[in-house]
Design a protein around this ligand. Structure first.
Ligand code: 4AD
Length: 504
């Protein structure tokens, strides 16, 4: 094969009229008489490579014809404009070299259940949906870092091994640290508070661990969180920081990943609406909304919508299945149907879950009592009723963490914030102003039944130049799930860890 430097598919539109070499994997391979159409993927995009029998050797033509999905190969050819091809160009192949032929690749365009895909996650990462999702995750992480770096924050890497709870002892993962009990970090916050007294504005960004016994679509046992912490900040300023951070990362994803968002069927118009100001509610106002007549009416209307949507999708599915059964379809139509059927089945199953959950959620909302933390379904309802993110502030003291500052004008509540993403995605940010008074903090530590010795260094921060300060934590997977419109956050990290499942 001729020696040419490797070109990435993402840059091919700049190479029309040039001969280039691509290296990648077979995404799709179709023979049509004397022509082979191989869609190649190289990690940066897809390119249709056209093998005309007359333009390559007999040996190459026959070898490539037999290549199954995910075979690896290098191809050389002339780049030509082709508006119908992905990326607007295609390759007229003149030479090729097979690297690793593959047969029976287990993941095909047909219907695979989530369980099967997760068990094959090591291969599934090559599929379009995970690829688009991980590209967006990459942008989200880069945008977050950029936002804090550009706004005067110093990165502080906080430890993974910690000696005490930050977010409740029930969700600690214990590890044997040379015979001494230690825990995997639930949050870098307590360490960041120390660093904020040195640098003013700091953030950490890393994996965090929660032995959370909840098998919900919103919980992982290992997830990534960015946590900013700022000295001399009050609650309205903290809300503004969170609002600006979210708005800037949404703008970046819209700018850099529009194609991926489209491919995933994300709500682009909804994301374009994510600009300040977000909605601001107190917990007490949120509780009033939940128990209102208006909410019950809203949920009843929703139930009707779900039923109508489900009936329409079922009709489409029945039509496709009947056409398949009748036979005589062209190959492209069969392939199109094979792709659409699993999509339809999963959308129908999702709607069925929503239909079943709706009355339970309505009952929980109607019976909501002041003092409880907002549950997943309560968050879903509040966020569904708004098309902008919603801040909920001033939760009851007993529902929140020991370090949150008691509101001096209403000691029943704390100066905290949760940010609920719109359209049912629920909480993506949790944060607060911190208790900065030594005695008040010590009293809270006792109330929680924690050992004050474990928090001696943390209490020191309230002894030596204590100042008002606060921060928040933004969960990366929940944010990516919201942006990409995916229900379950397990799709938003390469190798998810769930309470009942660790595949690798
Ligand atoms: O509300 P949380 O527990 O807040 C803290 O950890 C604070 N110490 C943050 C701070 O003030 N510095 O968690 C913050 C965010 C949640 O809003 C959610 O996005 C994510 O972390 N999160 C989870 N994501 C996936 N799986 C879980 N089990 C999560 N628990 C929290």
């Amino acid at each position: 094969m001729t020696e040419t430097a490797r070109t990435m598919i993402a840059r091919l539109s700049e190479c029309v009229g040039q001969t280039v070499t691509l290296s990648g994997w077979v995404y799709h391979n179709r023979a049509s008489g004397k022509v082979l159409f191989v869609v190649l993927r190289d990690g940066t995009g897809l390119c249709q490579c056209v093998f005309e029998k007359a333009a390559v050797s007999e040996e190459i033509f026959e070898a490539v014809k037999r290549l199954g999905q995910e075979s690896s190969l290098a191809v050389t050819g002339l780049v030509r404009a082709e508006p119908r091809s992905p990326g607007g160009v295609e390759l007229a192949v003149t030479d090729a070299a097979v690297i690793c032929p593959t047969a029976d690749y287990p993941i095909t365009p047909k219907d695979h259940g989530v369980e099967f895909l997760m068990r094959n996650r090591h291969l599934h990462l090559r599929s379009r949906k995970p690829w688009c999702t991980m590209r967006i995750r990459h942008t989200v992480i880069d945008a977050i870092r950029r936002f804090f770096n550009d706004n005067g924050f110093t990165l502080i890497d906080t430890p993974i091994f910690t000696a005490a709870a930050g977010e409740g002892e029930q969700t600690l993962f214990a590890v044997d640290y040379f015979g001494q009990p230690m825990y995997l970090t639930q949050t870098g916050q307590l360490y960041l508070e120390s660093a904020a007294m040195s640098f003013g504005k700091v953030y950490c960004f890393g994996p965090t661990f929660r032995a959370e016994k909840s098998k919900t679509r919103r919980h992982l046992t290992e997830f990534w969180m960015v946590e900013p912490e700022v000295a001399f900040i009050d609650l309205p300023e903290l809300l503004e920081l969170a609002e600006n951070c979210i708005s800037s990362l949404v703008a970046r994803v819209l700018k850099d990943n529009r194609r991926e968002l489209e491919e995933l069927g994300a709500d682009i118009a909804g994301l374009e609406n994510i600009t300040p100001p977000f909605v601001r509610l107190t917990y007490t106002e949120a509780a009033e909304i939940l128990t209102s007549e208006r909410t019950q009416r809203f949920l009843a209307e929703q139930l009707e919508q779900f039923k109508t949507q489900k009936a329409a999708l079922e009709a489409e599915l029945a039509q496709i299945e009947a056409a398949d059964k009748k036979g005589g379809l062209k190959k492209w139509q069969q392939e199109k149907n094979a792709r659409r059927i699993p999509e339809l089945r999963s959308e129908i199953a999702e709607l069925e879950t929503k239909i079943q959950n709706n009355p339970k959620h309505a009952e929980l909302a109607a019976g909501f009592q002041w003092g409880k933390d907002l549950g997943g379904s309560d968050e879903t309802i509040i966020s569904l009723m708004h098309d902008k993110p919603v801040f909920v502030t001033h939760y009851p003291r007993q529902a929140k963490a020991f370090y949150m500052k008691t509101d001096r004008s209403n000691p029943k509540v704390v100066e905290n914030l949760d940010l609920l993403a719109p359209q049912g995605f629920g909480e993506i940010i949790g944060g607060s102003i911190r208790e900065d008074d030594y005695d008040a903090l010590l009293a809270r530590i006792h109330e929680e039944g924690y050992n004050p010795d474990d928090y001696a260094w943390y209490l020191d921060l309230r002894k030596y130049g204590s100042v008002p300060h606060g921060g928040f934590g933004l969960g990366v997977e929940r944010t990516v799930a919201w942006l990409t419109g995916q229900r379950h956050i397990r799709h938003c990290i390469a190798f998810p860890r769930l309470m009942d499942k660790v595949y690798f």
